[in-house]
Design a binder for this molecule. Structure first.
Ligand code: 13P
Length: 239
């Protein structure tokens, strides 16, 4: 899977031109690779309307609430009504800038899956946590919250996006070895705490300063099953 996360970027003109100029020219076998793009909620329907190949359009977030008096939110029912089948949850920017807890992320993941969606759950450690040897502990804690909410079978609709926070938007990509080691730990965690099947089938994406310059050496690693791309997903290089 290759995902593009536009974050809070783009405008109406871009939401029309990027599908025409980049997304619709991608050549890939949709049976072998899922390509997913997550524009802002405002631009989502324009991107949907202008994307003509097998690229999935995703939301970056969803509400913990259903429909009702929840100003500024959008519910999973609305997302499904728009024909959207994929979403991110737990992006580190949601966690660190907007106060989402492990529990919020886990419940959002469950709500999305119970409504038939495929979820890219983002996890990852801060720089200080990496430097103090806490990476695996942090990932395990974030995953455990999700596991507490999901049945074993629901992991079939989960993709884990490992995004070390120190690598996001910094140009400091994890080396293939560092990313591989952490992905292998995540897979072991899934085997021990969810099921062997989940460990074998859940795709683990790497995110954090992925670009056309480093994607090839990262994807060569055994436990890296794709990418979640931020900045470079807004450029022709997403190609
Ligand atoms: P960058 O690719 O800009 O580092 O962002 C990664 C990311 O946060 C994707 O969700």
């Amino acid at each position: 899977m290759v995902g593009g996360n536009w974050k809070c970027n783009g405008n109406l003109a871009f939401a029309k031109s990027f599908p025409a100029e980049v997304l619709n020219t991608l050549k890939f076998d949709p049976k072998k690779v899922d390509v997913v793009v997550a524009p802002t909620a405002l631009h989502l329907s324009t991107v949907q309307a202008n994307t003509k190949n097998n690229v999935h359009v995703a939301t970056q977030n969803l509400s913990l609430t259903g429909d009702g008096a929840f100003t500024g939110e959008f519910s999973v029912g609305m997302i499904r009504d728009m024909g959207v089948t994929h979403t991110l949850t737990g992006h580190s920017e949601r966690r660190s800038l907007f106060g989402e807890t492990d529990q919020d992320v886990a419940v959002k993941t469950k709500i999305a899956i119970e409504n038939g969606m495929n979820v890219m759950v983002c996890i990852g450690e801060q720089l200080e946590e990496r430097e103090t040897g806490k990476t695996d502990e942090v990932n395990a804690r974030q995953l455990q919250a999700v596991a507490d909410e999901l049945s074993e079978g629901q992991w079939g609709n989960v993709v884990v996006a490992y995004e070390p926070v120190w690598a996001i938007g910094t140009g400091k990509v994890a080396t293939p070895q560092v990313a591989q080691e952490t992905h292998a730990e995540i897979r072991e965690w899934l085997a021990a705490n969810v099921s062997k099947e989940a460990a074998a089938t859940v795709r683990i994406l790497y995110g954090g300063s992925v670009s056309d310059a480093n994607a090839a050496e990262l994807i060569a690693m055994e436990d890296i099953d794709g990418f979640l791309v931020g900045g470079a997903s807004l450029k022709p290089a997403f190609h």
